[in-house]
Write a protein that binds this ligand. Structure first.
Ligand code: UD1
Ligand code: CA
Length: 464
């Protein structure tokens, strides 16, 4: 049986942030969510998260995350004062009183671990029968990490924190990844004996490891997996590594990325075959791009569904959906809650919000559609504006099928326009219109033959 404890109580002083470190975002998920997701291939019976600094906030954030719907339920353990990683694990003692099995401990700030690595680590631990195992790596730059010293059998002698190392010990590049597996009963016995006798005056989990012998030391193949995030620079570095991983993966799955270095893709994004992503394009959140679509250059798509064979050029699409075969942009802004039917053309300098359009409907130039429902084959003329706001409330505009609005028309909501209505250019329409008619709502021109400006006439007289 396996229980898991995630250490997420620290403030993360080196981040210089109000936000607890484990809630900092990395490609659409918080650091803590990444760590929880790395448990995908092991089957714990308990998932404990140790929280402290702004604990309610960490708890609320994880409670909303998709990982919270998985089993076993997350259990939150409070570490009221953060007296070190060993002290954090001490808080678990009452929760696992009668537990028999292994405890996997993960630092909440090590987000790039692969699920397969955790699985292999656990298998090695279980096969050995030893009371503890730690995951290690050889780092080109080990500064800041605990150094791992082993005997000739590759069994642990001791872990020494960077700040407690002698100059000679600092030369050792083998570091502690912050991933441990313990026989719980053995750990529970040594946990109460930890002493805060070190440079930080903290209770170190690494000391508990030092007390348990023999300890397996398992090297990870790809050292980038175990990089910890302690400051903003390391966060940016982790993001770069993650992006490389995500993009390599998509390219292997048949996605074309043009100039991948200029593109970012969240881990939560889904792409179908033969999608082409052009430069300077960013795909975020729960976004799906279906087969054959071409996104970019210069576009941001977040939490949106884009159908098949759609093009999106220099545009922003947020919290919206676009059905198959549409052309979007350049310079279209979907501000949220917009659903566009198939074969629509939404064009240059168009803003849409809270709006539903049917199939084959065009909004080609310079328009604002807010709180609007339009049917199929509607043509919104250049510069048409839905005046949806009366200064206090928002109101809805409803258009039937095959409506055509002339250039520069204004529809003042609330208003309903029947099907097959044509609105003349420059009209301001303020009342409901029945089906099948022409609406002209503008002043007729007044023409006065022979009329000239008085001063101009006087001037032409004197010049004679
Ligand atoms: C720790 C290890 C170090 C290892 C490194 C790997 C110890 C003493 N040192 O150092 O050997 O190389 O991780 O990344 O464990 N936390 C709590 N409560 C506390 C203190 C910390 O929950 O009282 C949490 C933090 O939120 C964080 C994790 O434990 O998620 C690690 O703490 P941190 O202070 O970052 O440890 P490091 O100095 O990086
Ligand atoms: Ca750390």
């Amino acid at each position: 049986m396996l229980a898991v404890a995630i250490l997420a109580a620290g403030k993360g002083t080196r981040m210089r942030s109000d936000l607890p470190k484990v809630l900092h975002q990395l490609g659409g998920k918080s650091l803590a969510e990444w760590v929880l997701d790395s448990l995908d291939e092991v089957n714990p019976v308990r998932r404990l998260v140790i929280v402290g600094y702004r604990g309610e906030m960490v708890q609320a954030s994880l409670a909303q995350s998709p990982t919270n719907s998985l089993t076993p339920a997350l259990e939150f353990v409070t570490q009221a004062e953060q007296l070190g990683t060993g002290h954090a694990v001490q808080q678990v003692l009452p929760y696992l009183k009668d537990f028999e099995g292994d405890l996997l401990v993960l630092n909440g700030d090590v987000p790039l671990l692969r699920a397969t690595t955790i699985k292999r680590f656990l298998e090695t631990h279980q096969a050995s029968g030893n009371p503890a195992s730690i995951l290690t790596a050889h780092l080109p730059d080990p500064k800041g990490y605990g150094r791992v010293f082993c005997d000739s059998q590759n069994l642990l002698q001791q872990i020494v924190e960077d700040r407690d190392c002698t100059a000679a010990q600092k030369q050792n590049r083998r570091i502690n990844a912050g991933v441990y597996c313990f026989n719980w009963k053995a750990l529970a016995e040594v946990l109460p004996n930890l002493k805060a006798e070190n440079d930080q005056k903290e209770y170190y989990l690494t000391d508990a490891v030092n007390f348990l012998q023999p300890v397996n030391v398992v090297d990870v193949g790809d050292y980038q997996e175990i990089l910890g995030v302690n400051d903003r620079k390391q966060l940016a570095n982790a993001y770069r590594i993650l992006q490389e991983r995500i993009k390599d993966d998509w390219m292997q799955q048949g996605i074309t990325l043009i100039d991948p270095d200029s593109i970012t893709i969240d881990d939560t994004v889904q792409l179908e075959a033969d999608v082409i992503i052009e430069p300077q394009t960013h795909l975020r959140g729960k976004t799906l791009i279906q087969a054959g679509s071409r996104i970019g250059p210069g576009s941001l798509i977040e939490n949106s569904q884009i159908g098949k064979n759609v093009t999106v050029l220099y545009s922003v699409v947020s919290n919206s959906s676009v059905a198959d075969n549409c052309q979007i942009g350049p310079y279209t802004h979907f501000r949220g809650n917009v659903a566009v039917g198939t074969q629509c053309r939404i064009g240059n300098f168009v803003e849409l919000k809270n709006t539903t359009l049917g199939d084959r409907t065009n909004v080609a130039h310079l328009s604002y559609l807010g709180d609007t429902t339009a049917g199929d084959r509607v043509n919104i003329g250049a510069g048409t504006i839905m005046a949806n706001y009366d200064g206090v409330k928002k109101h809805r505009t409803t258009l039937g099928d095959r409506v055509k609005t002339g250039a520069n028309s204004v529809l003042v909501a609330p208003i309903t326009i029947g099907s097959d209505v044509t609105i003349a250019a420059g009209s301001t329409v303020t009342e409901n219109i029945p089906e099948d008619c022409l609406v002209i709502a503008r002043a007729r021109p007044v023409i006065k033959p022979g009329w000239r400006l008085k001063s101009a006439e006087a001037e032409s007289q004197t010049n004679k």
